[in-house]
Design a protein around this ligand. Sequence first.
Ligand code: DUC
Ligand code: ZN
Ligand code: ZN
Length: 497
Amino acid sequence: MQPTYDLVIRHGLVATACETMETDIGIQGGQIVALGKGLAPGADEIDARGKLVLPGGVDAHCHFDQPMGDGLKMADDFLSGTRSAACGGTTTVIPFAAQIQGESLRAAVADYHRRADGKALVDYAFHMIVTDPTAAVLNEELPGLIAQGYTSFKIYMTYDDMKLDDRQILQCLAVARRHGALAMVHAENTDCIAWLTEALEAAGHTAPKYHAEARPMVVEREATHRAIALSELVDVPILIVHVSGREAIDQIRWAHGHGLRIYAETCPQYLFLTASHLDNGYEGAKCICSPPPRDKANQRVVWNGLSDGLFTIVSSDHAPFRYEGSDGKKPGGKEVEFQYVPNGIPGVETRLPLLFSEGVRTGRISLNQFVALTATNPAKLYGLNPRKGTIAIGSDADIAIWDPEKQVTITNSMLHHNVDYTPYEGMQVTGWPVTTLVRGQRVWDGGEVVGSAGYGQFLPCGRPDMARPKVSDEAAAGHYVGHVPDALRQLARSTHA
Ligand code: DUC
Ligand code: ZN
Ligand code: ZN
């Protein structure tokens, strides 16, 4: 008898963001085409008895092969980065095409495609990073790129070579509003950091642990509040990325209490690391990231924000720099003052197992919340649903089959990135994906990487519905009372109609 499907996954416990069900999954042509018990035979079959069958993760914040100045280099390109993603159950990644100040945004996107072409094992989309919002960028490049499927961009409130001032941020948010893109904001007050860094340096406090002292919570709190105010002024939703603890969370809760659509992302480093991880001689540089990890009390507040729905997504913020060598955490091969250590830690492969083990297995979040935070919501937020991030008829067959009882002690040697350390060395987790499918093809199976470079496809993103401005009752009735000039409002309405 001719098989009905290319592949059938049988007897697994399938979970989506809204339900958990015992069902088989029929896959044909890379898509899910049937759900139900006792499906007809497939040419290939997977027996998932005792396993969890989840949508493949969508890691909506990771950095691969991003051009760096000053002799620095990211350790992972699209090959090693997406390989590592697949081995941790992630099937879609969204890294960043970063504009270099003084250069064009379009050129950054074109360059990033060259870096990605033929390398990825899983599917990928691009965010952009806007560092130089010239008139050409605001009026031509950004609108054109948004229309072509690059529908999200990140802006920074700190770092000399990236930061925008408030007026520039407003200009970018206005473009997001008018053209239906989602703006992501790195919220830290740059002048506070510069002032504190100078003072720490003058006192001879230059070890990695002082990175955390140069970026205390108040610095993040102030910038988070300001970003929220700017978003309110323009009347456009934003995502605050890598939220680290209580004070920033308080600002976001305040915004939600005032009816503002502010989305929030956190990352495993704010759940599993503390500033004490930076207090380890120069090895503390391995855990330098921004904002820095805080303390146990802040970790608890972040966990609460996951369980009560404050956070929309959990991403890795995988920013891979090797510890040894001259192009990573020791620039030029030297132990440098904390402010010259490249910011970022690896985590694309450990994101899901860490959150599953400490979140789902402990009961802090439900399995459905786990799926929502790590797959469904990021797909929605960035205009990739329903193709990605769920298990539904018509969706891509991007699936991670988990052994929920598998006990793993995380060591760098078992990971598949190209970084020479993991900040999670020695941590024990229960639950790990044993098979990862991208569009119905195995890329990670039984402890082996079985996918091939170049199989991963570029995904143009739709304009995310979640980026729509709020339509107030007054506006709906035609007499809006608020901060936004009518002209801006009218423009947004006509393109969003
Ligand atoms: N912000 C990021 O999003 N990633 C790495 C470093 C940073 O500051
Ligand atoms: Zn950032
Ligand atoms: Zn990042």
